[in-house]
Design a protein around this ligand. Structure first.
Ligand code: SAM
Length: 249
C-alpha cells in the first residue's frame, strides 16, 4: 500500500497525502507504515506484546531486525510459523516483557511498536483469550485484572522497561483503544499519555486509526437515551524518549 510509496517517491503532494492524521487499512499495513516512517533498514524494532507477530513480520518484510516478547504459547507458535522464512532476523522471547531488562541491553532498540493487551481481558467475549486459559500466561497477562488502576500500574512497569532499552530520542508507538465498561468511559489514550510522560516520554503526535470497516455491525451501546458512541477507532500514540538530562533542562 502506501508504505512503499513513502520510501521510493517523496514528492510534496505524496507526502501531504500520506501525512494526514486519519489512517485506515489493515494492521499489517499500518504497522509497516510506522516502521517505514521511523526506522532505516537493519535497525531494531521491538514489540513487547507480540501476539501473533504482525510487528515482527512487518519489520522483517522491510529488512529490519525484530524482537518480540510474548507469554501465550499458542501465539508464539503462530508467530514462529509465520516468521520462520526470515531465519536470523527476528527473535521471540518467551517471557513477560516486565522482564525486558534481563534480555536486552540499555539503549539498544531503535523503535518500539505495540498494542498492549486490553484491560480485564478475561471478561471480554473475545474467544481467543478464553480458549487459551493457561494459568501461568493468564497470571502474567498484564490485562488480566479487574482493577483499571492496577492495569495502568502494569502498563507503567512494562513501558518503564521499554524506556530503558530504547535509544535516546527514538520513538515508542502505542496503538490503543478507549473503553466503555458498565456505563463508565475509560480514556486509555489519555491515561497512557500521562503514564508515558511520567516515565520520560513525550507525546509527539496522535493519529486516529479508522477501523469502521471491521466494525460494520453497530449496536445500541445501552438502552438509555443518552448518546454513546460505538468505538470504531484506535489511537496511534506517537511518543519519543526524552533523556533524563534533557528533561532537567
Ligand atoms: C493486543 S495483543 C497484541 C497483538 C499483536 N500486536 C499482534 O499483532 O498480534 C496483546 C498481547 O500481549 C500479550 N501479553 C500480555 N501480557 C504480556 C506480558 N506481560 N508480556 C508479554 N506479552 C504479554 C498477550 O498474550 C497478547 O498476545
Amino acid at each position: 500500500m502506501y508504505t512503499d510509496i513513502l520510501i521510493e517517491s517523496q514528492t510534496h503532494d505524496e507526502w501531504l497525502q500520506y501525512s494526514n492524521s486519519l489512517w485506515d487499512g489493515r494492521r499489517i499495513d499500518v504497522v509497516k507504515k510506522i516502521i517505514n516512517l521511523f526506522t532505516d533498514p537493519e535497525e531494531i524494532v521491538l514489540d513487547p506484546f507480540m501476539g501473533t507477530g504482525y510487528t515482527l513480520v512487518a519489520a522483517n518484510t522491510l529488512d529490519r531486525m525484530a524482537i518480540g516478547f510474548e507469554i501465550n504459547k499458542k501465539y508464539i507458535t503462530t508467530a514462529d510459523e509465520r516468521l520462520k522464512i526470515y531465519k536470523d532476523s527476528y527473535q521471540i522471547i518467551k517471557d513477560s516483557c516486565i522482564n525486558i531488562n534481563k534480555y536486552l541491553y540499555e539503549e539498544s532498540v531503535d523503535l518500539c511498536v505495540t498494542s498492549p493487551p486490553c484491560w480485564n481481558i478475561l471478561s471480554h467475549r473475545h474467544i481467543a483469550y478464553k480458549k487459551h486459559k493457561e494459568t501461568s500466561s493468564v497470571q502474567r497477562n498484564i490485562g488480566n485484572t479487574n482493577s483499571y488502576s492496577l492495569y495502568l500500574n502494569n502498563l507503567t512497569r512494562a513501558f518503564s522497561g521499554v524506556y530503558e532499552v530504547l535509544k535516546a530520542n527514538k520513538m515508542c508507538i502505542v496503538i490503543a483503544s478507549d473503553r466503555r465498561k458498565r456505563n463508565r468511559f475509560y480514556p486509555l489514550h489519555i491515561d497512557l499519555t500521562n503514564i508515558m510522560t511520567d516515565i520520560g516520554f513525550t507525546l509527539e503526535d496522535l493519529i486516529i486509526w479508522d477501523r469502521r470497516k471491521e466494525h460494520s455491525i453497530l449496536k445500541a451501546v445501552d438502552n438509555s437515551c443518552i448518546y454513546k458512541s460505538n468505538i470504531v477507532h484506535e489511537y496511534i500514540c506517537i511518543f519519543r524518549k526524552i533523556t533524563k538530562e534533557s528533561r532537567i533542562l
